[in-house]
Structure formats: structure tokens, C-alpha cells
Write a protein that binds this ligand. Sequence first.
Ligand code: HEM
Length: 755
Amino acid sequence: MVLGASFAAAASLPWSILLGGLLGLMPIWLAGRLLNQLWWQPRRLELALRAQGLRGTSYHFLTGDLKDYGRLSREAWSKPLPLRCHDIAPRVMPFVHKLVQDHGEACISWFGPTPKVTLTDPELIRDVMSNKFGHFEKLKFPALSKMLGDGVASHEGEKWVKHRRILNPAFHLEKLKRMLPVFSACCEDMVRRWVASFGSDGSCELDVWPELQTLTGDVISRTAFSSSYLEGRRIFQLQAEQAESIMRNLQKIIIPGYLSLPTKSNRKMHQVNKEVESILRGIIGKRIEAMKEGETTKHDLLGLLLESNMRHTDANGQSSMGMTIEDVIEECKLFYFAGMETTSVLLTWTMVVLSMHPEWQDRARQEVLNLFGKNRPEFDGLSRLKIVTMILNEVLRLYPPGIAFVRKTYKEMKIGGITYPAGVIIELPVLFIHHDPDIWGSDVHEFRPDRFAEGVSKASKDPGAFLPFGWGPRICIGQNFALLEAKMAMCMILQTFEFELAPSAMVLGNLLFPAVASVVPWSLLLGSILGLFLLRMIGRLLDCLWWTPRRLESTLRAQGVRGTSYRFLIGDLKDYSRLIKEAWSRPLPLRCHDIGPRVVPFTYNLVREHGRVCMSWFGPVPKVTIYNAELTRDVMNNKFGHFKKLKLPAALSKLLGDGVASHEGEKWVKHRRILNPAFHRENLKRMLPVFSACCEDMVSRWVDSLGPDGSCELDVWPELQALSGDVISRAAFSCSYHEGRRIFELQVLLLTPIN
Ligand code: HEM
């Protein structure tokens, strides 16, 4: 009777009322979450940041700083950039420029309802990028990553470590040396094409950006897939098309859930993605077959990646340690996006800047002709290029292809004495570091390659302020690849051509940084964000209530776990309450200790029908019952810290005592370590008089209630509850015993409605 008390509540409510209640609560829950995400959470985070002295813009409901961002971008782009002016930060990042001017080195702004702190101190930037504890994550745009290539650049934690380790060997300098003939062949094709467009005066006007994009796309296609080069080229064309669609729709795509909408452009993007993946699957499949038949590894990126992957798998004796085919497909897609646009942007700006500074163009050409004459550049010569290297570095300083890095805190983190709560975006605007006069001197906005004459570390007052390829463990894996390719291309261009800016050339000002928000009226954005936010919520709800349960069910069933099937929303609630009602309607015979079928009738039936490891449904959450002592010990030993306790709602946990029993990880270790001594045998020994005093009190109370026949009828449960409450009150607070008892009484009052 006593043991089954907590189940009685569920049994007494008909399941249809429960279901109705659950469905009725759903809109309230949705509205609550929406309000929390769009109002309370931003306000809470803003207060936490401001309390520590950070300044910045105030939160505007839903849109954050979108309106000002769009206005300032429009203003900046409406003014032409003077020729030979390299001070591009106010034009490229006008909002952040003003923010830093108004509020200082570390300042708050708003990416919709998410707070963003911009840091411009290089030391702090390096701290974040070093990502020492793996606690700053990249921002996640899953649908966008799937289009661009969901590879190493978007992974975190163990998965990132594994992929990076497998990919690294393909980018070693020795491997890149073997790719040099491919680099020069692609450059030769381009130079030949340019020569062919010469007019009768021996010159021509050429839009070099698409030309250089074709070059870098060609290089990736050939270095990645050598013999499957034609299919590689098709991928490059499709990926270029994809990049264009993404850029055109970027302002919408970054809104979560947008890519799932059935619009014409989304359908097209998914179609292109499918075609790319299918070509890649074909190429990879053929290559794996050939390798299995003993064909020697091809020295292209794919061959090197597959070789490293196989080695990794063999070395560990487990295939799970390597990448899957799907992983390899995503990495190949990523090569295109990571390697193509960035390097073509570097080459384009190098040509633009050398056109603005013909004296440096002449010096670079002289160096190239001295080293190679009109011959094909080779590896050793490329390593000895001094002027060209200085020029490329100075272009990367003034025009870094990646103008800012963004990370997000997923748990509380401290940087530079400020504690950042979870959920804050950290923006690291490299462009600002590269244009900071305090670091580079008063000539910071001038094109002066000779500042790099003694190497990167001596070019500025801070040896670590040059960050075009990032910093720390996630530094660009293709850095050497890109620089080798850029040097080869510049050498071959300089060997054959002299170039200058055409009158229409400043259109190039647009290439580096497409204006994102400026082209969309903010009110339209506001409407679509709100609409999509709701859609996303509904999508997430459906995912929680349908797709995730179905996915988990099939994963478990595929491994032979049997059990009940998932029923939308309620799971096994109906059967659960029916079986309890039935079990409780029958009295338990006296002296019968077989209480299982009565106390947990549903689980009892489940195990009998489906075996000792079986599945049932706690609403939409699958529950696996393990009725095996060894497996139970395995889970309780919690060897890998991967089985967590179920979390009670925070408010309930607060009522019951949010102590060691509800903590996990480091916090649990700390609390348990501090509590342990209080429960040592020696300390318990000292409490024994308290135990006996409480028992004595109870026993004398019972003796007092004895009737004249020397016996009495007594409900022992409340009596024994009072005993244990008494023991805890005295053992816990000894001299503050009376306050301790009051706490016990209040706790009993609190638990009564919960029971
Ligand atoms: C001038 C050319 C390039 C520049 C300026 C550049 C810049 C960068 C930067 C700044 C990052 C770090 C981003 C972050 O930490 O958030 C990065 C990462 C990456 N880059 Fe590059 N990149 C270039 C060329 C290439 C090439 C040619 C490839 C490959 C063929 C490549 C592949 C990658 C990959 C895979 C990552 C992700 C690394 C990781 O997360 O572990 N990049 N790149």
C-alpha cells in the first residue's frame, strides 16, 4: 500500500484528460519559450555583461541591431572608396567600426536576440582562438554547412580531432611539392587564355576576378581528383553556382529554418547539392575499389585523404576510428569552398594593389625574372621569393579574405577578467587588428610590403597580430597550399604580363565583402524572422515529438532491442495507467512479498513480453529497461560519465534541494568530495547518541499510547517519518535543533502536494 503511493496519482486520472492537458499546455509552453528566447534571456545576458563594465548597444526586441546595421552599411556603400585608399574597415564593417569607436575595445551589440561581444585586443583574440579548453564553439548553421561541405571546419570536439588528424598529412609540404606541376599547368592554361584575348595593340581589358576564380577552382579540381578531373570540374561548376545562390540569398539563409522552406531557389540548391554528392560518391567509390585491388595511392588530395583514413583505421584496428564515405564527401565539398574563394580573393586583390603600386609590381617582376627567367617556377625557387612573399603578406594584412571570426560560448567562460555566460557570440574582427595603428604604426593604411622584410613576427609591435589564416589549433589547414598556389600564379602572371587598373575597375570593391543586410528593408527582415522563428519552433516541436522518437526507435530496433511502438506524444501513458489501475484494484494477499507485478505492473509485463533489455515510451522519450545485474552495474559505474541522471524541472529541483544528487561532472565531483568526510564511519560513530536519543523519544511516545490491555493500534509510517526527520534535524544542526525541526516540518509541507 505504502510502496505504491506515488503511482496512484497517475492511475486515478483518465489518459484522455492527461492527453488533453498535455496538448492544451503545448501553446502555453511554446509562447513561454518564445518569450524567454526573445526577451528574458537577452535581458538576463545583457545585465550580466553590463554588470561587469561592458558597454554597447541596448537590446531591441527580436531585431537587435539589424536596423542600424543595414542603415550604416547602406551609407558606407553609397560613398565611393578613393583610389589607393586601403583604409577599408569603416566601409566593410561600418557597424562594428562605429560600435568600437563609441564603446571601446570590448563591446556588446545584438545579432537578433543573441548578444555579441566584439573583442579587438589581439591577446584576447588569440586566447579565444587558442580555444584551450575547447569551450568556444563556431556558430552553427547546419543547413548551410550541408550545402557548403559539412567537414572539418564545422566540427567540434572529438569529431574535429579525428577529421583534422586524418586530413593533416594531405597538406604536408612534401605532399604539396608533388602537386606543383598541377598548379603550374592550371596557371599555364589561364595565361594562354589571357594571351589569346590580346588585341592588335598587344593589350586587353579583362575582368580578372572570374578568371582567377576559374583558376583556383581548376587547381582544386585537379589537385583533389587528378584522373577524375572532368567530373571534378563539373563539381567545381556546380559548387560555383551554389556559392552564387548562397551569396545572393545569404541574408535569408542565415535565418534558421529558411533552407527547409519549399521555395524555388531552395529546391534548386538542394538539387545542385544532390548532384555534387552523387558525382563525389561515384569518384570516391571507384577510388576505394581501386585501392582495395592494390592500385598505388594517387598523390591527389582525395588519394592522400583515403590513404590516411585507411591507415588510421588499420592502426586502431577499428573502422569506427576512420571517416565514413559520407564524411569524405563532405570534406571534398568543403575543399572547394574553403580553398577556391579565399585564394581567388587573395590573387585578385594582389593584382589590384600591384596595379595601384606599379613600383612594387616592377620589383616583384624583377625578382621573378631573376629567379626563373621565363621558365616554369619550381619549388625551391618559390621558397626563395622574398618580395613576392612580402607583397602577399601585405595584401593579406590589408585585405584578409576572412574579415572576422565568430565563436559562441556554450558554457560560462572567462576571458580577460570578464565572465561570459553561455549563449554569447564572440566576434573577433581580424580586419580591425590588421588596421590598428597602435600595432602597425602610423602608416597602417599604406601599402608597405617592406614591413614584412624581416618576417611576419617582426612586422608589427605584436608578433602575433597577423592572423589572415586564423590562430591556434583551428588555423587554416590549407595555408601552405594557398600560398604555394598564389606564388605560382603571381610568378607566371608577372613573367608574361604588365597590368594596370581599367577605368571601371573599382567595381572590385564589392568582391571581398558582399553587403549582406543592406539590400533588404529591415521591416521585411523583421517579419520573416518572426515568421521563421515560429516555423522553427513548430519544426522543433515536431522533431521532438515525432522524428527524434522514430529515429531513436529504429536505431534501437536495428540492434535487436524489442518493446512497445511509439504512439504520438503519449507513448505508453495509456497502457501504463490502465495496468496500474488493474493492479491496484486487486488486494495483495497478506504475507505475499511478490510486489513487482503490483508496484510496477507495466514494467513487469514489458519484461515478460520483450525480454530483459526492452524498450517503452515515457511520452516521446524512449526508455530502455535493463533487467540484468551486470549491465545495471555497468550503467551505474558510469565509466565514461556518459549516463546522466534525469533532470527534474529547475523549479522542482530548487524546492527539493538542488544539491549533490542533481549535479553532474566537475560540480558533482567538487560537492561529493566536500560532503564525503561528513559521512565517514568515525563521524557517524559520534552521531550515535543522537540516533538513540531520537529512537528513545519515539519509543516512549509509543509506550505512552498503550491502552489498559498493554497494546495499541498505530499508523507507523508517519511515526517513522517523524523519527527520520528528527534524526536528520539533530544530526545536521545539533545546537540549532529547533530551527532544524522547523525546516523538516516545512519540507514535509512542501512534499505533500508533490506526492
Ligand atoms: C588565401 C587563402 C586562404 C585563407 C585566407 C584562409 C583562411 C582560413 C581561416 C582564417 C581559417 C580559420 C577559420 C576559423 O578559425 O574560424 C581557415 C580554416 C580552414 N581552411 Fe583556409 N584559407 C585559405 C585557403 C584554404 C585552402 C586552399 C584550403 C583547402 C584546400 C583551406 C581549407 C581550410 C579548412 C579545411 C579550414 C578548417 C580548419 C579547421 O577547422 O580545423 N583553406 N582558413
